[in-house]
Ligand binder design. Sequence first.
Ligand SMILES: [Fe+2]
Ligand SMILES: [Fe+2]
Length: 131
Amino acid sequence: MVLKKTELPQVANSIMNALHEDEIEIINELYQACHEGNIEKIDQLMDLLIYDIEDHFSTEEELMKESDFFAYPMHKAEHDGMRKEVKALYESWKKNRKTEDISNFIKNRLVPWLLLHIARWDSTTAIHLGD
Ligand SMILES: [Fe+2]
Ligand SMILES: [Fe+2]
């Protein structure tokens, strides 16, 4: 396990907290599958991760648009940067099949990014949105 659900920073909007909890669950499962070297499971979980990240980011973006949140372009730009990184990881996985590329990305990039992103961007957005 890379991160416990209880270690996620909580924001002032329950939809966003639920999105983050779902995501960390998938990330932990994927990390475990890499540890076990379970290729079939990694393939499934990589597809699920791509789907889930898009669901997470686009839901937040819709909420921001609906409420005319001023920082929408900056917050979306942060999402777009990570969308690209995850897509690159997906492509390199399909090509090279290196489980350590995924586990290193999760541990050194995705999870630290997520924690910082939630603390910096999602928390202010959630205050604006309310619950
Ligand atoms: Fe988020
Ligand atoms: Fe976000």
